[in-house]
Design a binder for this molecule. Structure first.
Ligand code: APR
Length: 172
């Protein structure tokens, strides 16, 4: 049974099989968690990303983790929030689904997600967390016994409280 865990930490410090990067479509780095992951992984990450020729919103691509404790980085551009009428929830859900598909293909058993799209991209935090958990649970229902632990890594206290509330609700 896969454990879903919310925690507040810097995702670059996690020793898991794969961390997920809230990237942009160029895959050439940026600010926020993207910048933190590139800084921690070192210049080889950018070199590897250059060879990927970008990534569409809601899709995902994988590289080694290089200097990170994580073996892999799964890069997925989330949607920019434009009010919710441009398929943003569906595109965000796709980020989680595609990332888990890649993780599965690479035999990753532990995966850590940041709160994709909730920073620069402005996605409402509660809806993003609901969307993330729903997409992950749907994937696990279709692919039972594939992962050991899936982490929802919150940088902000507010995000941690949202995830903890949603996870508790489901547990009872
Ligand atoms: N560890 C975990 N979470 C982090 C870290 C970190 N080291 N740094 C930031 N975060 C959190 C933010 O607090 C936010 O909750 O990651 C979440 C996602 O925020 P962003 O990094 O701004 O990502 P996003 O909203 O998806 O915007 C992506 O920002 O950095 C650029 O290149 C990136 O253009 C892309 C855009």
């Amino acid at each position: 049974m896969c454990q879903l865990i919310a925690l507040q930490t810097d995702i670059t410090r996690l020793r898991v099989d794969a961390i997920v990067n809230a990237a942009n479509c160029s895959l050439l780095g940026g600010g926020g968690v993207d910048g933190a992951i590139h800084r921690a992984a070192g210049p080889q990450l950018l070199q590897a990303c250059r060879a990927l020729n970008g990534c569409r919103t809601g899709e995902a691509k994988i590289t080694p983790g290089f200097n990170l404790p994580a073996q892999f980085v799964i890069h997925t551009p989330g949607p920019v929030w434009h009010g919710g009428k441009s398929q943003e929830p569906q595109l965000l859900a796709s980020c989680y689904t595609r990332a888990l598909e890649l993780a599965l293909n690479y035999q990753a058993k532990t995966v850590a997600f940041p709160c994709i799209s909730t920073g620069v991209y402005g996605f409402p935090h509660e809806l993003a967390a609901q969307t993330a958990l729903s997409a992950v649970r749907q994937f696990l229902a279709l692919h039972p016994n594939t992962f050991e632990k899936i982490y929802f890594v919150c940088f902000l206290e507010t995000d941690l409280a949202i995830y903890q509330k949603l996870l508790e609700k489901a547990a009872c």
